[in-house]
Design a protein around this ligand. Structure first.
Ligand SMILES: [Zn+2]
Length: 249
């Protein structure tokens, strides 16, 4: 995941700052042909906070400048704000930008007959292109899978609680929209496939830790430094790798 932060500090939703305990995730797509993150995300004039340690000039260079003044770091109409966007940076690469703290309530999906997932779900938008490029869909899909896996891991969210906007409406907790399935289905993709991909990503993240005995065996055998051992132990498949190195004839 290519992860950046540009909190929308001038958006009234950010300023309202109502606490959220994340219990699920809503996946949206923008419904407009504009894959560029700069359409929605810009640092505010004079912004110093919430940019992941970057300066606003550096962030602006990555995002590109929105010349139309219609980004979301200010008052939007209708009032709207989400926790993040996935789309293209100025150089064309795909990235995720966090735009609200994940523990602040967003204004993302409106309400349905039973209430609103705004009070319980982290929500993000995938910037649509013209919905004709399989390459772009592949890239943003992968980025969204990795983002969801990270959020599920961090907040203990079950994969089954990842819902599209369309599903959220059917659940009774959002306005009647068709995103992002109206785009996914063009390429034969479904939300069930999306959730399966997130489950696989999560399984990959939780490989077993190597045993201390194996670690010591490898260090003795190859004379690796503690730094090298720390590096090896952090590798995703460390347990399998170290076992192999320990047992190698
Ligand atoms: Zn939506």
């Amino acid at each position: 995941m290519n992860f950046l932060s540009c909190l929308l500090v001038n958006n009234p939703c950010y300023r309202a700052g109502v606490a959220l305990k994340p219990k699920g995730i809503v996946v949206h797509s923008t419904g407009a042909n504009n894959p560029n993150l700069r359409r929605y995300v810009q640092p505010a004039v004079g912004q110093t906070e919430g940019m992941g340690g970057k300066s606003s000039a550096a962030l602006l260079q990555l995002l590109g400048k929105n010349e139309n003044g219609n980004h979301w770091n200010g008052v939007t109409s209708p009032a709207v704000c989400v926790h993040g966007f996935i789309g293209r940076l100025a150089d064309g690469t795909v990235a995720t930008v966090q735009t609200l703290p994940f523990t602040v309530r967003c204004w993302g999906c409106g309400s349905g007959s039973k209430g609103s997932y705004n009070s319980s779900h982290i929500q993000f938008e995938i910037c649509e292109d013209g919905m004709e490029s399989p390459d772009y869909l592949n890239q943003v899909w992968q980025e969204a899978v990795e983002l969801c896996a990270e959020l599920c891991r961090r907040y203990g969210i079950p994969v089954s609680a990842i819902r599209s906007h369309a599903e959220s409406h059917r659940d009774g907790y959002a306005t009647n929209h068709g995103d992002p399935e109206h785009w996914f289905t063009r390429f034969g993709r479904t939300m069930d496939q999306f959730r399966t991909a997130v489950s696989k990503a999560l399984a990959g993240q939780s490989e077993p830790a190597p045993s201390e005995e194996t670690v010591q065996q490898v260090q003795r055998r190859f004379g690796f430094s503690n730094d090298t051992m720390a590096y090896l132990k952090a590798y995703r498949f460390a347990a399998a790798l170290l076992k192999k190195l320990a047992e190698q004839p």
